[in-house]
Write a protein that binds this ligand. Structure first.
Ligand code: SAM
Length: 212
């Protein structure tokens, strides 16, 4: 079905196809968002009218390209990546995709980089897609670096249903469960989560709107 939607709804996309191939050739793990999910990110950033986007978890730059495409020429996407080798691949990919002028890749552990971003805030949209154990901390930073109206998107919040296992001791599951607790109880956000079935399995996105 993902292939059908990609072929019949999205159409061919040389830049994203090339980015996926370059990432695979460089040996990066196949854990980027799918093509339809990437288009969802492009549409969402466009709907929000985002001029300033923060992404946590760059990998090879696939979702960064999708998000940056929605930006106006003077817009910026700051994307955080711990692995310098992945960041190098992403740099080449965003440049070849023609959005390099809008994409700022910061290499380092996200929890070290996030406190340096106050001067770049507020962000209109934040996409959290790095190590899931730190999802609650990343969500707190998204609030800190956002404003009323900021949209926060979090990937992999279902993980084939593993997140519903309240007895789990998997740090990634615990981190996402903790993030959901914060989303549910923080009076400054309205949030939901949507389950997805796609070529890369059964998973889902959380969506939060900062309201106050
Ligand atoms: N958003 C990417 C996409 O869809 O194209 C996929 C990101 S991948 C799921 C997660 C990325 O987060 C990996 O590249 C990994 O190296 C990075 N990462 C993991 N822990 C991190 C950390 N503590 N700080 C920054 N990046 C981290």
């Amino acid at each position: 079905m993902d292939d059908y939607l990609t072929d019949n709804l999205l159409g061919s996309d040389d830049a994203l196809g090339g980015a996926a191939r370059a990432a695979a050739d460089a040996g990066l793990p196949d854990i980027a968002v799918s093509a339809p999910q990437g288009r969802f990110l492009t549409l969402l950033a466009g709907m929000v009218g985002a001029r300033s986007i923060l992404e946590v978890g760059t990998l090879g730059g696939y979702s960064a390209i999708c998000l940056a495409r929605a930006l106006p020429p003077d817009g910026t996407l700051i994307t955080l990546e711990a692995d310098p080798r992945f960041a190098d691949v992403a740099r080449g990919n965003v440049d070849r995709a023609g959005v390099g002028d809008r994409v700022d890749i910061r290499v380092g552990t996200a929890l070290d980089t996030l406190p340096t971003l106050h001067d770049d805030a507020p962000f209109d949209l934040v996409f959290l897609d790095a190590d899931k154990a730190n999802n609650a901390a990343y969500f707190r930073w998204a609030l800190e670096l956002g404003r009323p109206g900021t949209v926060i998107v979090v990937d992999n919040v279902v993980r084939s249903g593993a997140i519903a296992d309240t007895a789990s001791d998997d740090p990634g599951v615990r981190g996402t469960q903790h993030m959901f607790e914060l989303m549910a109880t923080d009076p400054r956000v309205d949030a939901t989560a949507l389950q997805t079935v796609a070529g890369k399995g059964y998973d889902g996105f959380a969506l939060a709107l900062v309201t106050g």
